[in-house]
Write a protein that binds this ligand. Structure first.
Ligand code: BTN
Length: 327
């Protein structure tokens, strides 16, 4: 608590020095205790300049998501009103599912700086080094179970829009829920659900975005297909601003989804680069090749196979064999 007070005072002072005496007076503790808290802040990654006759000032803030920063100017009604920001967790999706079953409200956002057991689609691992965004959002929509894939599509629109807004890069969606820039994956979404019969108890929308990571942290076979926002935008990205825009974008698109689900399908079509392309689908049963013709009202991909027959696919990995013209 005293440490937070000292941090707030130093942050408000910006580049101005605050003496040990002033910090002691304003917090009501001794100068020795002030010094101990300064040392502890340094261990947390803050760089603090100490000049004998002038006092202390912060020269560098660690790149860690903090509740106070994320909430500043956020102005959302539901999304991100409850924030759980952690240094490390096995998987934000696992924790968010636990919190949801214990009654955490809709819009609760769980983030972690790093995950030890990040989950990807189709039972894969999501490698989660520091420098990126890993978040999970609790949702409680009153929709039938078969409409749940639309939540992932809504999430993909929200992610692509936030990336476009903050980084000014042309992020597109590859079915079902990958976000690509220049043909390489920058973000993936994993939706998990607790449901009974035809009623959804809660949904957790998990989002991983490669933001400032070193791409060398990925194994070579994943690296060749991946990119990061920093690599595409040509410089480090402020993760707090990106997270804030993502939370706002999720609130906007979730409201659109609840009020008018076809609007989500229309926007998804505008941002997607799969429909109209010749594709191969693997990872969920047979390998299929053909033309991606569209998506149906439940978000399934409609493929015209090379023999002219039509297939509806609800899961799998898409490789683009020949991109649609104009994409
Ligand atoms: C994919 O395979 O493309 C989906 C990846 C989803 C990763 C995110 S990171 C935050 C959340 N927590 C997890 O364990 N997985 C999702």
């Amino acid at each position: 608590m005293y440490k937070d007070k000292i941090l707030n005072l130093l942050r408000s002072a910006r580049s101005r020095f605050l003496s040990g005496e002033e910090l002691a007076r304003k917090t009501g503790i001794s100068r020795t205790m002030v010094w101990k808290h300064i040392k502890s802040l340094e261990r947390d990654g803050f760089e603090i300049e100490a000049v004998p006759s002038q006092g202390y000032r912060i020269t560098s803030i660690p790149d860690i998501l903090r509740e106070r920063d994320v909430k500043q100017g956020l102005k959302t009604k539901t999304m991100g009103r409850e924030l759980v920001l952690l240094p490390k967790v096995d998987s934000t999706n696992i924790l968010a599912m636990e919190l949801a079953s214990k009654g955490s409200p809709e819009g609760t956002v769980v983030t972690a700086e790093t995950q030890s057991g990040g989950k990807g689609r189709l039972g894969r691992t999501w490698i989660s080094p520091k420098g990126n965004l890993y978040l999970s959002v609790i949702l409680r929509p009153m929709i039938p179970v078969h409409k749940a894939p639309l939540i992932t599509m809504m999430g993909a629109i929200a992610v692509a829009s936030a990336i476009r807004m903050v980084c000014q890069v042309a992020a597109v969606i590859k079915w079902p829920n990958d976000i690509l820039i220049s043909g390489k994956k920058v973000s993936g979404l994993l939706t998990e659900m607790s449901a009974e019969q035809d009623r959804i108890r809660h949904i957790v929308l998990g989002i991983g975005v490669n933001v400032n990571m070193e791409l060398e942290a990925l194994p070579p076979e994943v690296r060749v297909l991946s990119t990061s926002l920093a690599a595409e935008a040509g410089g480090r990205i402020n993760r707090t601003l990106l997270l804030q825009e993502l939370i706002r974008s999720l609130e906007r698109w979730y409201q659109v989804f609840l009020a008018n689900p076809p609007e989500v399908l229309r926007e998804w079509q505008k941002l997607n680069m799969t429909v109209g392309s010749r594709i191969r689908v693997t990872g969920a049963g047979d390998t299929l090749e053909g033309l991606a013709q569209g998506i149906d009202d439940d978000g399934r991909l409609i493929i015209r196979l090379n023999d002219g027959s039509i297939r509806f696919v609800s899961a799998g990995d898409v490789s683009i064999l020949k991109r649609a013209r104009g994409n």
